[in-house]
Ligand binder design. Structure first.
Ligand code: NAD
Length: 495
């Protein structure tokens, strides 16, 4: 008999009468092996209210106390995080990446805690241009931040904006994806080991209904997910006139010039296209290779991808994990089929392996053209379409021919060309002679261009600025009457 693990969400009030339980599918078996009760609207509202009240103490506790609380959380994740890793492993069907998610949050905590004292120090007074007026700027954190996360990196994406928000003095309600809910209970146990975080980091369970409700309750929203949902959230935020930060999809290009190191480039492209089975917003999803190097690079990438193994049953290890959310596999399949029908040639892979869950073979496709879906729409699978180009201008134009503008990569031995091309790509981050470097560092302002997002950078020191407003106090230190004071004093006004 099928065994269902049932957990209780923060609240037990169903949002909709008929939505008593939500099923979660195990990506390795394709079977429902977990159910949860989504957080009800009344409970979500009450939670938001109590979080708001809790925020007053959290903000006034001071930066050092907040840093201490987050470092305690990092310690708790290190010592008690096994349950989180195990649950993430089931949620996503992958092991190494799940452990990396937990250690990634630990590292991120240290990064933000180290930067916060510098970035959040009281700003220096600014000269006002008026000798008798002093200006002092202070910062007021948004009380309640909503963080809505996708399924591809459930833990990392839940905390990526949460950490700087907490350090600013905000409290956060996180809504992870309903596709990957198992890690929530063990995570809440780890959070409970840090009393200072009680009511400060809050997790709710559910899908679009809960996400919508959350957007109606918070002071600012940090959303990571699809373009379609991002649009809906931006519209809801516009109605309430609250700031919204959107980190959406991508179709990251790599440009390979004729002087690039073929071995190194091919290895990087292979990794960039297949890591996490291609289910990363910053995966390399298109490669434009100089015509003189095209055959060599496509051969090398094909050889490397052919050598990769699926971690499909009976194998528990292997290079490529399952597609976490099965409907995504259908989209990948459709893109590959459409490309094939339009004359593309699949050099390796190109098939879905269904063995309970769904695995996509690492795939290299050539003979593609720009108008194919596989060159325009996000694929979110281990698939690399490759196209030759003749000169720099053409490469830039092809790379920029996209609705997306997340990030990209350029390979060349010519440092001047690297710098020049990077400045002409309409994206928020460029890796030079490598791929996906933004996944490994929190440093460097990086904004999402075009349909890849909206709002200030979530990386680098400026990321803190998402979570506070500034307030200037202008102090007139002179006793003298000022020229703009007219009409207030009947004697002065000559009445
Ligand atoms: P999604 O938009 O379907 O869902 C994301 C989250 O939004 C989930 O928690 C979901 O329950 C919630 N949601 C759905 N409808 C909502 C609504 N109307 N209001 C509020 N919340 C709602 O996205 P997904 O399929 O989970 O994630 C995959 C996408 O995320 C890909 O496009 C990927 O590129 C993108 N992504 C982007 C980044 C980045 O940093 N730019 C990082 C990771 C993933």
């Amino acid at each position: 008999m099928r065994r269902l693990n049932t957990i209780r969400a923060i609240c037990l009030t169903p949002l909709l009468e008929e939505t008593l339980h939500v099923d979660a599918v195990n990506p390795r078996t394709g079977r429902v092996d977990f159910q949860f009760e989504p957080t009800g609207l009344a409970e979500l509202t009450a939670l938001a209210q109590s979080a708001r009240e809790r925020q007053v103490d959290w903000a006034s506790s001071g930066l050092n106390a907040r840093i201490q609380a987050l470092r305690d959380f990092a310690r708790a994740l290190k010592t008690r995080g096994e349950g989180v890793t195990s649950a993430l492993t089931v949620d996503t069907g992958r092991r190494a990446d799940s452990a990396a998610e937990v250690s990634g949050v630990v590292d991120a905590i240290e990064h933000w805690c180290a930067r916060a004292p510098f970035v959040l120090a009281t700003p220096h007074p600014e000269p006002t241009g008026l000798p008798f007026v002093d200006a002092q700027v202070t910062r007021a954190p948004f009380a309640l931040v909503g963080a809505i996360a996708p399924w591809n990196f459930p833990l990392l994406m839940s905390f990526i904006d949460t950490l700087p928000a907490l350090l600013c003095g905000s409290v956060v309600v996180i809504k992870p994806s309903e596709v990957t809910p198992r890690f929530v209970t063990p995570l809440r146990e780890v959070i409970a080991a840090v009393p200072a975080l009680d009511g400060v980091v809050n997790l709710v369970l559910g899908g679009a209904e809960q996400g919508r409700a959350l957007c109606g309750l918070v002071d600012t929203v940090c959303f990571t997910g699809s373009v379609a949902t991002g649009r809906e959230i931006a519209t809801a935020a516009a109605e309430r006139l609250i700031p919204v930060h959107l980190e959406l999809g991508g179709k990251d290009p790599a440009i390979v010039f004729e002087d690039a190191d073929p071995k190194r480039t091919a290895a990087a492209l292979c990794w960039g296209a297949t890591a996490n089975a291609g289910q990363s917003c910053l995966s390399i999803e298109r490669a434009y290779v100089h015509a003189s190097l095209f055959d060599e690079i496509s051969d090398r990438v094909t050889t490397a991808m052919r050598a990769m193994t699926l971690s499909a049953p009976p194998a528990v290890d292997g290079d490529v994990g399952p597609i976490i959310h099965a409907p995504q596999a259908k989209k990948i399949e459709r893109q590959i089929e459409e490309a094939r029908r339009s004359g593309a040639r699949v050099l390796c892979g190109g098939r879905m392996v269904r063995s309970g869950g769904v695995w996509c073979e690492p795939t290299v496709i050539v003979n593609v053209h720009q108008r194919m879906r596989i060159m325009q729409e996000e694929t979110f699978g281990p698939v690399l379409p490759m196209m030759p180009f003749r000169d720099e201008a053409e490469a830039i134009s092809l790379a920029n021919d996209s609705v997306f503008g997340l990030s990209g990569a350029v390979f060349s031995a010519d440092a001047k060309r690297l710098a020049r091309v990077a400045q002409r790509l309409d994206v928020g981050a460029v890796s030079a002679n490598d791929v996906c470097l933004t996944a490994f560092t929190h440093v460097g302002g990086k904004q999402a261009y075009r349909a890849s997002g909206l709002g200030g950078t979530r990386m680098g020191d400026r990321a803190f600025a998402r979570f506070f407003r500034e307030r200037v106090v202008l102090d007139n230190t002179s006793l003298a009457r000022q020229p703009w004071w007219f009409g207030h004093d009947s004697e002065d006004a000559g009445a």
